[in-house]
Ligand binder design. Structure first.
Ligand code: ZN
Length: 148
């Protein structure tokens, strides 16, 4: 009998690392600690701690939107990013980080302008995309780099 393949998914709400069988990714798996749905096609909000866990250790691709409330183009892109999150589920998780609240994170990532998107796979950055983009561009970007 084959061993079921599982991936590690960090819960963006509580930070718990969950192991989820690959076969169950499309069934709305929930966090074992807080009950939050881990793969739901919605954009989850990260803080410094969950950002590092998700981008460094998760078994599924993660696309992070680095934004700030004062940034007009960021706010304009938000509904497009949400659309892309639904389209890319359950293969990619889309999340956002408020760079005004967490400047140390965007500084470390070398982000000079926002919005900026960074795609992470296997615990490392694989590609980034700068500037506000429509959903179609965001989806194409993820797929072009082997996610979704
Ligand atoms: Zn949780």
């Amino acid at each position: 009998m084959a061993v079921a393949e599982a991936v590690k998914l960090t819960c963006p709400t509580c930070g718990q690392a969950n192991r989820v069988p690959v076969a169950r990714l499309a069934e709305g798996p929930k966090c074992g600690v807080c009950g939050k749905t881990l793969v739901d096609g919605l954009v989850a909000e990260l803080d410094a701690s969950t950002h590092d866990k998700v981008t460094r250790g998760d078994g599924m691709p993660v696309l992070v939107d680095y934004w700030a409330p004062w940034c007009g183009p960021c706010r304009m892109m938000a509904p497009e990013f949400a659309k892309a999150a639904r389209a890319l589920a359950p293969a990619v998780r889309l999340m956002k980080l408020n760079t005004e609240d967490h400047p140390e994170i965007s500084g470390r990532a070398g982000i000079r302008g926002i919005p900026a998107l960074i795609l992470y796979k296997g615990g490392r950055e694989v590609a980034r995309l700068a500037g506000a983009r429509p959903a179609a561009d965001i989806i194409a970007f993820a797929r072009q780099h082997g996610a979704g």
